[in-house]
Design a protein around this ligand. Sequence first.
Ligand SMILES: Nc1ncnc2c1ncn2[C@@H]1O[C@H](COP(=O)(O)OP(=O)(O)OP(=O)(O)O)[C@@H](O)[C@H]1O
Ligand SMILES: [Mg+2]
Length: 278
Amino acid sequence: MTSFPTVAAPEGRQNQPGTNQSVTTWNMDPVIELKELRKAFGAFKVLDGVTCRIPRGGVTALMGPSGTGKSVSLRHIVGLLMPDAGDIVVDGKSVPRLREKEILELRRSIGMLFQDGALFSSMNLYDNVAFPLRQHTKQSEGQIRETVIARLSEVGLAGAEKRMPNELSGGMRKRAGFARALVMEPKILLVDEPDSGLDPVRTTLLCDLIKEIATKYQATVVVVTHNVVAVQRMADYVGILYKGKMRHFGTREEIERSPDEFVHQFFTADSEGPLGMD
Ligand SMILES: Nc1ncnc2c1ncn2[C@@H]1O[C@H](COP(=O)(O)OP(=O)(O)OP(=O)(O)O)[C@@H](O)[C@H]1O
Ligand SMILES: [Mg+2]
């Protein structure tokens, strides 16, 4: 096994008792709380008691091996999946206890960018981005136009309004999905693997854009990613899911300096360590 330095946890880096989250981040104002969240599909337990508090503001990266339930966790936050047990609290409200109308309101207030960008294939780029505004607001077409053009130029897609999704590259589709997730000016933005399928330069640009958006809109952004370089570039906080539990949650610095061999292996992409292909 690869050896790595074991360092004593410095002052203030202890975990909140009963959790794997650092006290520093646990005590921040949480915008999203997962409490002992459990979810199984048939006999297959995906989330086996996930507990964490995602601090308000800034970028939280949610990491973990493929199939550990990162996307499933995001779906619980917007009420697209309901837990078998435990709770999800967004802005102080328990999502499983919301009525259907309140869940729809919640979804309007949260921007969500799915793993594949999820554009409507029959609509051009302009109509895709305008869709939430036409659906959920009473804004005039003139006002909508102003917002759509502004968001598209923020993500570097000005001039591409008339293109259909199949005429866009993978990276353009991601950025278009991002523009659409932003038009309602959400205070919470959930982004599932924005960097998959992007070249390194575009990944860097997208990370900078995510960071910029979090600052500009004073939004909380939760980004699922496998990309350690992207995490180093944009994340303020990092949560690592593993085998149905939150294995670690802390500031990026706390995670990077963690003496835990699993975290070390994850961050260095080392083939040696506790993490295998199982
Ligand atoms: N609706 C569903 N019905 C049955 N199984 C599901 C469903 N959604 C997810 N799963 C299973 O739950 C597990 C976790 O899925 P999830 O999509 O959350 O993984 P992930 O951590 O996002 O992985 P990746 O990094 O590959 O995207 C997977 O084994 C998946 O097959
Ligand atoms: Mg996923």
